[in-house]
Design a protein around this ligand. Structure first.
Ligand code: ZN
Length: 317
């Protein structure tokens, strides 16, 4: 063996051992997990009973915006809409070099905290595709130590923003992995539904996954997740589609949700909640009662829907 980690506590769900164990590693693979490994290795680490876990996965992040806090100014209202507007103000000033440097710095932070896989959305509404090219370069550079997956994200709306769909297709052609969207930001509910349809059809044609910012809103009538589940079902995309945020579900009535969750389950649509960001962003127009901004995590899990937590933002608008 090349490496032995001694006296490691494992997560209860991952181990039949209640006592700390030794973990033996050879050629980059775990080959033995036992209470007292008799073997020795050139490198041994004494975990002294500390927890040893698989690496963390962050399924929702924005690496093109990270570490840009205060550029060009701070978000005064604390709302998502001002955040999106601020990002729009910053876009013309972005340089590829600065984007790459901030993203690489963030990747160092992430890996140091145990994150070895990140799905990052990347804004495709800038026709220069500056951020796309920057993050593809970052993906190449971090590949030896971090699995970075990119989502083509039309931040300003694939229908609302002129040329956005063409830019999204160009980003996919350059090597971006997943089709994104933002139906609640389109001009109307009908446009939102239409954006879900065209993006899912494109993903089905191309054999790609879908991960949409979906219903990141306090409006209980923001029900694009219903359309996303229906299009997933219609196009046979089961197991390949994710709805990110889904915060409007905190304001929907229970009767409607009792119909919605089985539709999501049937379509195999996964949910990604981003608690750190949404408990801060949502409910900003509320006086009392003040809504928490979280989607229905326990209810979705009980319904058999795959749920994950993402980080979304670190020091950005
Ligand atoms: Zn996001």
């Amino acid at each position: 063996m090349d490496l032995i980690i001694r006296r490691a506590s494992l997560p209860r769900s991952a181990s039949q051992h209640k006592e700390p164990v030794d973990i033996g590693i050879e050629a980059g693979r775990i080959i033995a997990v036992e209470p007292h490994l008799a073997a020795s290795a050139p490198e041994e680490i004494d975990a002294a009973g500390s927890l040893v876990t698989p690496p963390f996965v962050d399924p929702h992040f924005h690496m093109d915006a990270t570490l840009s806090y205060g550029l060009p100014r701070v978000n005064a209202s604390g709302t998502l809409l001002e955040g999106i507007a601020l990002w729009g103000e910053l876009k013309p000033q972005l340089t590829q070099q600065a984007l790459i440097e901030r993203a690489l710095q963030y990747c160092d932070w992430a890996v140091a905290r145990g994150l070895l896989a990140i799905r990052s959305h990347v804004d495709v509404c800038d026709p220069r595709l500056l951020a796309v090219e920057a993050l593809l370069e970052v993906k190449r550079r971090v590949a030896p130590y971090l699995d970075l997956q990119l989502v083509a994200f039309p931040q300003d709306g694939v229908l609302r923003s002129a040329g956005a769909f063409d830019n999204l297709k160009r980003a996919i052609a350059l090597g971006v992995d997943v089709v994104g969207g933002i139906p609640h930001f389109e001009r109307t509910m009908a446009d939102g539904a239409e954006s879900v349809r065209i993006l899912c059809e494109y993903a089905a044609q191309q054999g790609l996954r879908v991960d949409m910012h979906c219903d990141e809103s306090d409006d209980p009538l923001s029900r694009h997740i219903e359309t996303l589940a229906a299009q997933t079902h219609r196009l046979g995309l089961q197991g390949r589609v994710t709805g990110s945020h889904l915060t409007s579900m905190h304001s929907m009535d229970n009767y409607y949700v009792s119909k919605l969750l089985p539709l999501m389950r049937e379509a195999g649509v996964a949910a990604i909640a981003n608690p750190l960001i949404n408990i801060t962003l949502q409910g900003r127009s509320d006086t009392y009662p003040k809504r928490r901004g979280m989607t229905r995590v326990p209810e979705m899990m009980a319904a058999g829907i795959n749920v994950a937590f993402g980080h979304d933002c670190v020091m950005d608008p």
